[in-house]
Design a binder for this molecule. Sequence first.
Ligand SMILES: O=P(O)(O)OP(=O)(O)OP(=O)(O)OC[C@H]1O[C@@H](n2cnc3c(O)ncnc32)[C@H](O)[C@@H]1O
Ligand SMILES: [Mg+2]
Length: 198
Amino acid sequence: MMNIQQLVLASHNAGKLKELQAMLGDTVQLRSIGEFSSVEPEETGLSFVENAILKARNAARISGLPALADDSGLAVDFLGGAPGIYSARYADGQGDAANNAKLLEVLKDVPDAERGAQFVCVLALVRHADDPLPILCEGLWHGRILHQASGAHGFGYDPLFWVPERDCSSAELSPADKNQISHRARAMSLLRQRLGLQ
Ligand SMILES: O=P(O)(O)OP(=O)(O)OP(=O)(O)OC[C@H]1O[C@@H](n2cnc3c(O)ncnc32)[C@H](O)[C@@H]1O
Ligand SMILES: [Mg+2]
């Protein structure tokens, strides 16, 4: 298939870069789009897929390199899938702590049985900015929203996401453990297969 040694990661999120680079190992060098531009494209799509493609094309255009984008988020059952594609902007751009505080507040009277949620990750890889056939891989991770934050690893909503198969929050998992079972790990495993990396 494709022989990719260097990819630009179309993300300004340091947590994603760390996780994706750890999953790819030495086979592929991920360069951050931050090396080329500090301007973040507006995520105007209505789906994770559209936003991932939009970010990947933008990064390929700016860098001249093949580009990988990750569009991800948290879909809460009780909220009909919100914040979903708006997860990063849930508290109007005030950042992770504000997003988490808002989610806890909105769910404060909701019992455990109705606190189901899934992390979603879509990876999009384009060979160049106008690639007519982006490679798309998705991963889901099912869990539940805790009543309070717990754990210091990871990023974003990790302290609020209870992982049933490990009986702890995803911020209590070691980075290596999270990278084995997360939504991002599942999407990356599919991408590695598509690229012939395993
Ligand atoms: O768009 P880029 O530049 O990649 O960075 P971003 O942080 O804005 O990324 P998204 O637009 O994809 O929004 C993803 C949101 O979902 C959250 N999120 C995604 N994956 C996560 C994970 O593994 N653990 C915790 N939160 C996660 C993340 O914190 C953001 O609030
Ligand atoms: Mg974003």
